[in-house]
Design a protein around this ligand. Sequence first.
Ligand code: ZN
Length: 291
Amino acid sequence: MKLKTTLVTGLFAAFAAFPAFADDMKVVASFSILGDMVEHVVGDHAEVTTIVGPDADAHVYQPSVADARAVAEADVIFVNGMGFETWSDTLIAESGTDGTVYVATEGVTPVLVDGEIDPHAWNALTNGVVYVQNIADAMSEAMPGHATEFQANAASYISTLYALHADTLQRLAALPEDRRTVVTAHDAFGYLADAYGMNFVAPIGIDTEAEPSAQELASLITQIREDGVAALFVENITSPALVQQIADETGLEIGGQLFSDALSERGGPATSYLAMFEHNLGQLLAALESS
Ligand code: ZN
């Protein structure tokens, strides 16, 4: 009887140590856009938990007890880095997790806005490619038994990203020079501007923590009048009030809503990274192609 118990326990131990049986690996992604990329790479081989969900602002997020538990139980944790998640270092340290932390922007060339690193690197598709490859490499390390599949998933996803990148370059290149400057609520599109020859102006900087003073807003409105801004956009993660005020004072119309830092809720127009980018491109073109 004793021998039998030992044998069964021994078998379980052997299975647990064998990578092919480690299908219940837990992965945490810090925000919704990154979570979607991770899901594309891992398929159903890992349970993916996203901390900052759809339509939520990751800059000013306050982690919950449930978030700390998810991080504590995670085998792998993905963050954007570049100072995007101001709360993640504390959350990870205080959770006591044994999980491995990977920075998805590793290898991205940073864009500076007013001397600070712009963390919104995903808003250029060529950077999205870097994120996806980093995720595939990290997950291949964590679950070597599935490495071939993860790399294949990433390769197919990356080819779709490159196709959309080429399409975006071509469609935005067709815009006249005076139809390339737009206003959004915060500086979330510096990478899109650099990659596709656009200009973005915003009353709030690269994070959403500070609102502009009345004087800053007034000088921005003067700049908008002088620069010949072609359209204004509200965002899913910030209040539309500032953009509405700029619309009222400049007489410019609000061209639509862009998804800058988070996906939309299920049923919305931006439930994946690809859908989000396509939606933003469509909104920009609809407002800028007409004059
Ligand atoms: Zn942002």
